[in-house]
Design a binder for this molecule. Sequence first.
Ligand code: FES
Ligand code: FE
Length: 375
Amino acid sequence: MDPAVFAYDMERVFRRHWHCLAHESVIPNPGDFELFRLGDEQIILTRDMQGQIHALLNSCRHRGAEVCTKEKGNAKMFVCPYHAWTYTLDGALRAARLMPKDFDRAAHALKKVHVRLAEGLVFISFASEPLDFSQVEQSLRASCGQYGWGEARVAHRETYPIAANWKLAVENYVECYHCGPAHPEYSQTHALEQPPEVIADMNAAMEARSCALGLSVLSGNHWQNSAMGQEAIDVFRYALYEGASTGSEDGSPLAPLMGRFTDYDGGVTSIHLGGTTFLVCYPDHGMIYRFIPKSHDSCEMELIWLVHKDAVETVDYDPAKLTWLWKVTTEEDKKIIEHTARGVRSHYFEPGPIAPMEYNELRYISWYLDEVSRP
Ligand code: FES
Ligand code: FE
């Protein structure tokens, strides 16, 4: 609730860690661009004429105006609307009117942030020396790679504005203690409140089915603080209820199988990556959850649905069915996060104990506290 803490979060967590910005299929052609807003920053994601992706800061090197004023499109150049300095798709300053002869254009390119592509996902880091990304790349290859995310395309995107601090939204995402009471639809297919031995049996049966399909989706826990210079990633797998194939209203298939999957294994692969990126892989679609801090008391969640690149809308999948479960679930989450944001404003609020089922939340909180308290 304190703007000063938000500024500190931005410095210690947001500008230190990697964030998934998009799936690269949103800018498929040379000249394509899209604008992304994160906190006070705006990134123009571009694909240059050679096909390379760049993440440019949307702040003119003259007097700082927004250079790109369109949300999305295709362009050869960006012409600043103020005094018409003109930049190419890789940020180079091509022209600056009426400037002295000795003006150094090369020294006034748009600033860029670091970009990495992994399994079709575009990641950015604002850090001057970004955290090592190699462990993340390996983990994503062994998980999303099996689900063919590199050859996927975006089927749908939905942004949910949330009147709450970004950490309340992330905390809600990482725990499923609330899933039973708050998400009756999700709880039909995703096994949650079963005793550990039942869950262990279900997971073993799921791994046997994956194995029989010749698949091995690797789990791996590299959830760590940034002290060692590495980005954090945790990949874990769990089974759906017996008979459920995917994350749909009744568990039945939604879209053509992706990647190396030739049949459903009844499993889900879930990935927590850095401070703001969460991924869910089903055999026939993928989900990207982006948490976007806006201010001390507002944030956004963007949900991105991925399908096989050749899947044709309405022929191979019904978009309403594809998006149903996570739309319903996220509307419910938005409400409970906002109820919480109002509830914790009470002068008398004292945090209660974390339940055993909230172990991932506890892990996230400890990680966050470590990130903000370490020099
Ligand atoms: Fe962009 Fe002057 S602020 S050209
Ligand atoms: Fe939820």
